[in-house]
Design a binder for this molecule. Sequence first.
Ligand code: PHE
Ligand code: ZN
Length: 875
Amino acid sequence: MLRTDTPKAIHLKDYKPSPYQVSHIDLNFDIYDGYTNVTSVISMSNSADNKDDLFLHGEDVELLALKINGKTISTYKTDDQGLTIPCPSEKEFKLEIKTKITPESNTRLEGLYKSGDNYCTQCEAEGFRRITYYLDRPDIMATYTTRIEADKEKYPVLLSNGNKTDSGSAEGGKHFTIWQDPHPKPCYLFALVAGKFNHIHDTFTTVSGRKVDLYIYVRPGDEDQCAHAMESLKKSMKWDEDVYGLEYDLDLFNIVAVSDFNMGAMENKSLNIFNTALVLAAQETATDADFMRVESVIAHEYFHNWSGNRVTCRDWFQLSLKEGLTVFRDQEFSADLHSRPVQRIDDVTHLRRLQFAEDAGPLAHPIRPENYIEINNFYTMTVYEKGAEVIRMFRTILGAEAYRKATDLYFSRHDGDAATCDDWIKCMEDASGKDLTQFRLWYSQAGTPRVTFEGHYDPVKKIYSVELSQKIPDTPGQSGKKPMHIPVAIGLIDQNGNDLIDTKILHLTESQQAFTFENINSKPVPSVLRNFSAPVILSTNLTDDDYAFLTKHEVYDGFNRWEAGQYLHRKALEKLTGAFESGETKPDINQNYLESFADIYINALNTDITSDERALLARTMHLPDISTIVQSRENADPVAAYNARQYLLAAIKRTQKPLLQKIYKANEEKGAFSVTPDAIARRALRNEALSILTATHGTGCAKLAKEHYFAADNMTDRMAALMAIAPNANPEREEVLEDFYNRYKDFQLVIDKWFSVQASSVRPDIIAHLQNLRHHPDFNIKNPNRARSLYAAFAMNNPSSFHAQDSSGYSFLADAIIELNSINPQIAARLLTPMRDWRKYTLDRQTKMKAALERILETPNLSPDVFEITSKSLK
Ligand code: PHE
Ligand code: ZN
C-alpha cells in the first residue's frame, strides 16, 4: 500500500505530564519455541481530577487477557498504536495484562528479539511497547520485578535488571530466575537476556568500599576477547568516582554482547547490552582504533548509569541531556587515559565530517529538536556530538571548578528525576552565578555558526586588536537567527614560538565585537579557537605563512598545531579540486606547501619525540577526506575531489619518497606486539607512510602492501595493508583478500572488515563487485553490522564511486533501503544519510539523487522512519 497518510509529527510544545503513574511493575516472561507470553502486573495510580481514558502503547503484541484489580475487563479498544481503557473507577489499581509476542520474527531488533540462538531486548527509545502494553514514555518511572522462565538446556543464562533474588527449576525441562531492580526507571532501560553464553568475571571496589561483581557474557568461544572490555569497565568506574564523584549503586554489573544490534550499545540499568563489535577486542582481530572504541563505548554506557539512568530524560526531545553529556564524559575519559590533543583531533574530525554535514543539510535540527515523526531518526550526530560540544562550552565558560560544582548540584538535585535540558542549564547557572540566557540558544538554533577573525598589530601602541563576527546560517524552518554566546580561545605567539599571553577566552556574544590586547611587544601570530573551543566554522585573516608557522610553533595547543596543517591541506585540495572540476588534468601544486610539510614530516625521524607527538604527526600526514573537501563546495563533484586528493598524494609520494621510506622503516615494530601508546603511535605513523607510499596503486605499491600484510602480526597492520591493496589492480590484491577471508572466516567482525574494505575501495568495476559481495554466502542484510559493512561503507566511505556519473551507486543504495524498509526500518533510515544532501552536488547528480529518493518515497508500506528522512530531504 502506498503511504497516502502522512505520519503524525510529535511536538515538544505539546508535552503534558501523564495523569497516570506507575509505582511498580511485576513482569513474567514465559519463553516458548516460537512465541513468548508476557504477563505484567502494573501498580498504577490516577491523578485526583483525571477522567481521561487510559492509553497504553503497544505494537505487534497480541492481547490475551486484561484485568483491573483481578476483574476481567472487556470495554477496551486496541489499534496498531495501542490499547485504550476507559478511566478506571479507582484511583489506585492493579492492571494485569497478558500478551503474546513472537521474538522469532522480530527483524526490527526492537523489543524482544532473537540474535542467533539467544533472546535479548532493545527498548530505547520505544521498544518496550513491542513487549507489552505500557505507558512507554521516559517520565513514567517504576521499580521492576522480572521473572524469566525458559528451557534450561537451550537458555542456561537468564538475566534482567537489578539483583537476582531467586532461581530454580520449572516444569517441562525449564528453569527460572527472578530479578529485582530497586531503582525506579523508565521502561526504555528495561532489559532481558536468555541464552547460552560464557562469561568472564571480575570485581571492582567502589570508593566507599562496596564490592561490585562485574560480568561480561559472550558467545561461547569469545571469552578470550573480553579482557580489554573488562579493564575498560574498571577504568570507567574509577574515573567517574575521581572526576565526577559518582559511584556505582548496585552490587552487580552485567554486560552482554550480541551480534545483531542496531546501534553500538545500550545502557539498560545494570544489564548493558552491546553490539559484539564494541566488546570483543584481541590483537589478532581488532585494530588499535577498535581497541579505543571498545574502551570509550564501555565507558559511555557505564557513565549513563548516572547521566541517563539516575537522572533520565523527561521526554525524547531532551535526548541530548543524557547523550551530549555522556559523549562529553566519554571523550574526556579517553583524553585523560591517552593523548588529550590526539583525542580532540579525532573527535573534531568526526564532528566535522558528519555533524557539520548534517547541520548544513535538510535535516539540520537543534540539539534539542522541536518535533519528530520517528524518534529513532533523532539519535543523530547533532544530538550526540554537537550536544557534547555544547557541554564542553559550559565547562569552558564556567571553568573546571564551577563546572564540577554545577554537575554535583545537577546529580543531587535531580537524582531520580526525569529531567529537562533547562534543568541542567539552571544547575549550571545556580552553581556558577552566571547568566546563561543567551547561551541557551545553542539548544534551539540549528546550523553551524560561521565565525570570522581579524587580527591587527599596532607596533607603535603595542596593541593587538581583534575583530570577531558571527553569522548563523538559515536552516529548514529557521531563519534570521540571533547571535549566540561563542567562547573563542586565543593565544598570541611571538616569532620565537613563545606564548605572549595565557590562553584567553574571548566571549563573542554580538554579531560583531572588538577586543584588544595591550603591552604586546612584538608582532604575534594568533592561534585562534584553541582546542576547538566552539563548534564553528572559522575564517581568519591569517596568511599561509602564519599557518605554516603554527604547524611548527604552536607547541602549547597540539590541536591547533594539527589544525594549521589541515588548513593548508584543505586549501591545496580545494584549489586542485576546482582545477579538476574545470577539466584541468595537470594542475600546479604549490611548492611552498609541499616543502613546509617535508619540514614537519622530518620530525617523524626524531628518536626522542614523545608518543603523543608521533600520533599527532600521523594525523598531520593524513589528508582531509573527500566528504570534508566536498563540504566547502557548491555543486560539488566528488570524483574531482577524489582525483585531486589522489593527485596530491602522488605528488607528496614523488617528492618525499625517501623520507616516507625512512619513516616506514624507522617505525617498524621491534620485539613483541604491544598496545602501549608508543607502539600504537608508531603503527599509526608507519601505516600512514604506507598509505602514501602505496597511493599510486602501481606494481611497487602492490608488492609493498603484500609484504606488509604477510609480515603483520596484528589487525592494525593487516587492515592497513588491506586498505592499501584493495584499490590495486595487480594480482596481489586477490591473493591478499583471499588469505584474509580464509584466515578469519570464523570471525564475524573481521569478515565485516573484509566486506567494508572492498566496498570502500575505488576500482573501475565497483558496482559489479558490490553485486558479487551482496550475493556472497556470508552476506546477510538482516544483520546490521553486515548490512553496514557493505552499504554504509560504500555510500559513506567511497564517495567517488557512490557518486559515479552513471548513478549506479544511487540505485545500488536505494535498492538496499527499499529492501530494508520492511526488514529493519531503523537501519534503512540510517542508510539514507549520504542521500540527504543531494542538493550539494552537480546538477546532473542532483537530478539522479532526487529520482532515487522519489523512488524510495513511492515504496509501498513505507515505514515512518524512511518516510521522515526521505520526505524531509526532498522538501
Ligand atoms: N542509548 C544508547 C547510547 O547512546 C544508544 C542507543 C539508542 C542504543 C537506541 C540502542 C537504541 O549509549
Ligand atoms: Zn549514550
